[in-house]
Design a protein. Structure first.
Length: 179
């Protein structure tokens, strides 16, 4: 491994040495993109991911944080949903010692919401031994460094506000883009 550069030296090294030196310096700071995302996640990152803090209650000295995650484009899949939840959990874990998360996943219509819910509850098996590992959602959370105790503190609720029928005249979002 090379020398760790300070800010002016880093700028000069990136200018002279190009991409290779920048990659080497970034790899020294974070072993993987996953750990970088977990360590650098903030409220701003959460807002950019369409997750909003709906409520914070203190119950018996323990914060109960309610988050709403909006699937505004009807393109949410379980992996992206779970990674956003894991990052938000790790961010709040830096601020609070003992807390609970209540997460409401809000879809555009009932069908999209039910598909996402059933996909998150799908059983995951070990490829070789066929042993059941758990649900897809819990397995992804485990991969993103949310242990079993942390997963017990997270409660999910899937809902929809029927945005398609109430505000878009029954036209799906993808059809609006084509017009």
């Amino acid at each position: 491994m090379g020398k760790v550069y300070s800010t002016p030296e880093r700028a000069l090294a990136e200018f002279v040495g190009g991409k290779e030196i920048k990659i080497e310096m970034d790899s020294q700071m974070y072993a993987s993109l996953k750990s970088r995302k977990l360590d650098c996640y903030s409220i701003d990152s959460m807002l950019n991911a369409h997750m909003y803090v709906a409520q914070v209650k203190i119950i018996q000295g323990r914060p109960l944080i309610t988050l709403l995650m909006f699937d505004i484009h009807n393109k949410q899949n379980v992996y992206s949903m779970a990674t956003k939840i894991a990052c938000a959990y790790r961010m709040f874990d830096r601020y609070f010692n003992d807390f609970s998360l209540k997460i409401g996943i809000v879809g555009v219509d009932e069908v999209a919401c039910r598909v996402l819910e059933s996909d998150s509850k799908a059983i995951v098996r070990n490829f070789y031994t066929k042993e059941i590992k758990g649900s897809k959602l819990s397995q992804i959370l485990t991969d993103w460094q949310v242990n079993y105790v942390g997963q017990e503190r997270i409660h999910f609720h899937f809902t929809h506000y029927d945005i398609t029928n109430q505000y878009l005249d029954g036209v799906k979002y993808a059809n609006l883009l084509r017009k």
